[in-house]
Design a protein around this ligand. Structure first.
Ligand code: GLC
Ligand code: CA
Length: 554
């Protein structure tokens, strides 16, 4: 029976390569994580989502897996993993692994076999097609890779093309093949039998492709979506995986659900369907990006309308709450505008605005100390996506300048600079040469400094929020009612349950704002405030980035 523990969880995401290096090779690793378990526990979270740690040639930092049952050499050994898991469980922290099952690495044994000949038993583990045009030298259809360019790669050996919706080193698995689906269930069971508590399912919405792989509507960046986002057999495949694996354990699953709409979400997560427990929807993350990549101006009302809509998921569905992960730029600045000297206020305001909503919050490493975007030169970008964007853009006039401007705001590299532990050498991340440049901000923004900042410690504030929310019935199950969704400075809402009401207000601007409240919400005391105290009145005067939670008096 599922206890649905995730409804009372706060999840901390670790991107292992950049978290903590224990042996001086410049790459974060499992023993590094082990050394920080008390830190994670102290933050008051009760679950961790660990980005991939499996064997991988690292074309996409572990999202290209060459062996699902082994640990990446740079990260350590299975013994290290077992010790890490035990250490988490001893501290009351559950572990969610990353399940990357839409594709494997081209170095996975299945693919090595698959590409070796047309009649190899593994041929049908992947999606192979003949090319179009004379001699089959044109890709089978017009779908694009999410990293840019065609989604097809020609393979000399057998004269056919294979599909890769990500890099060419990430061939898509053929989920139509029952043997593939059985492999994935077996992999899940392997890790759950070890005691793992669930999975974050990577680009899971892409696993089912429409028969015949028809051409997509014209779209230079994301072509083909309508033929594989929640494709025809998606629900069948996920339900089957749920039955053959996840439902046999007290597990939690969250599916990265790129492209999913609010209307389609309930079919993916309603409890009675026995598919995924939750999804990451990206609609709120697209309110300041066109097609997820081209930045445009942030407008609070556009953002809060989307968030508030997702609060109205029907009964039997559960939401997730996040502003950051390893694929997104940092939230400070992005959703707050220029915060100047008010970094503490801005960071804690975002925490209040998100975490008092209904759902399971996710905090990405570094968010708890207010880490910020980095200034990169062209050659500093290491991400496969950024590199591909540059190489494609450099072929068109002004392309490079445009790419540079987009990446400065959008690059995934922003989230991947090493964790900033101290102001000392290499930010305390490694004693060697970090695999990726450090954000020079580590001199002032780092764990050590934050923990010493007393009333201005972002970490301490997050910790207070977690203690407040976990086990709090109003936050967990209370109704959510937004106050004024046209307001472009303040996000206000109430949460109520059993005759009790909490009022949440968050000023998204780096200047004062006034906010009028109805009489029934004008009396009460602050239980959370990022100014060390906030006073409630019908005409609220909010200071720059002030955020507070009030208990309303009847
Ligand atoms: C997901 C991951 C991302 C990766 C991609 C391909 O979006 O979060 O990091 O590049 O899938 O696996
Ligand atoms: Ca290391």
């Amino acid at each position: 029976m599922k206890s649905r523990w995730y409804k009372d969880a706060v999840v901390y995401q670790i991107y292992p390569r950049s978290f903590c290096d224990s042996n001086g090779d410049g790459i974060g690793d499992l023993r590094g994580i082990i050394s920080k378990l008390d830190y994670i526990k102290d933050l008051g979270v009760n679950a961790v989502w660990l980005s991939p740690i499996y064997k991988s040639p690292n074309d996409d930092n572990g999202y290209d897996i060459s062996n699902y049952r082994d640990i990446m050499d740079e990260f350590g050994t299975m013994a290290d993993f077992d010790e890490m898991l035990k250490g988490m469980h001893e501290r009351g922290i559950k572990l969610i692994m990353d399940l990357v099952a839409n594709h494997t690495s081209d170095e996975h044994e299945w693919f090595v076999q698959s590409r070796s000949s047309k009649d190899n038993p593994y041929r049908d583990y992947y999606i192979w097609r003949k090319g179009r045009g004379k001699n089959g030298k044109k890709p089978p259809n017009n779908w694009t890779s999410r990293f840019g360019g065609s989604a097809w790669q020609y393979d000399e050996k057998t004269g056919e093309w294979y599909l890769h919706l990500f890099s060419k080193k990430q061939p898509d698995l053929n989920w139509e093949n029952p043997a593939v689906r059985k492999e994935i269930a077996d992999i899940c069971n392997f890790w759950m039998d070890k005691g793992v508590d669930g999975f974050r399912c990577d680009v899971i919405t892409y696993i089912s492709k429409e028969k015949g792989l028809p051409n997509g509507k014209f779209n230079p960046i994301m072509c083909g979506d309508e033929h594989f986002v929640v494709g025809p057999r998606y629900h069948e495949f996920i339900h089957e995986l749920n039955q053959n694996s996840w439902s046999k354990y007290d597990s939690y699953t969250v599916g990265e659900s790129t492209g999913i709409t609010f209307e389609k979400a309930p079919d993916c997560i309603a409890e009675k369907r026995q598919e995924l427990d939750t999804i990451f929807g990206f609609e709120h993350m697209c309110t300041d990006m066109y097609m997820e990549v081209i930045p445009h101006k942030f407008k609070l009302s556009r953002f809060t309308k989307v968030l508030s809509k997702w609060q109205t998921l029907p009964e039997g569905c559960w939401n997730t709450l996040f502003l950051e992960n390893h694929d997104q730029p940092r939230s400070l600045g992005r959703f707050t505008g220029d915060y100047g000297d008010n970094r503490y206020e801005a960071a804690t305001m975002l925490a209040v605005a998100m975490q008092m909503q209904k759902g399971t919050p996710f905090v990405y490493q570094g968010q708890e100390i207010g880490m910020v975007n980095c200034k990169f030169r062209d050659e500093d970008y290491l991400d496969v996506m950024a590199r591909q964007v540059f190489s494609i853009a450099s072929k068109i006039p002004f392309g490079k300048a445009i790419a540079r401007a987009c990446l400065a705001k959008r690059a995934r590299d922003h989230a991947r600079t090493p964790m900033q532990w101290t102001a000392g050498e290499n930010a305390g991340f490694t004693s060697g040469k970090p695999w990726m440049m450090l954000n020079p901000s580590y001199k002032t923004i780092n764990v050590e400094a934050d923990l010493k900042a007393g009333e201005k410690s972002i970490f301490a504030f997050y910790k207070r929020l977690h203690a407040f929310r976990i086990g709090n019935e109003i936050i967990k199950n209370g109704d959510f009612v937004p106050l004024d969704l046209t307001n472009n400075s303040v996000f206000g809402y109430t949460r109520s349950c059993g005759g009790k009401t909490l009022l949440v207000v968050a000023n998204f601007k780096n200047k004062k704002a006034t906010y009028s409240l109805p009489a029934n919400l004008a009396k009460g005391r602050a239980v959370i405030s990022n100014y060390g105290g906030s006073t409630l009145s019908a005409e609220l005067d909010l200071r720059p980035y002030e955020a507070a939670v009030f208990e309303i008096e009847k």
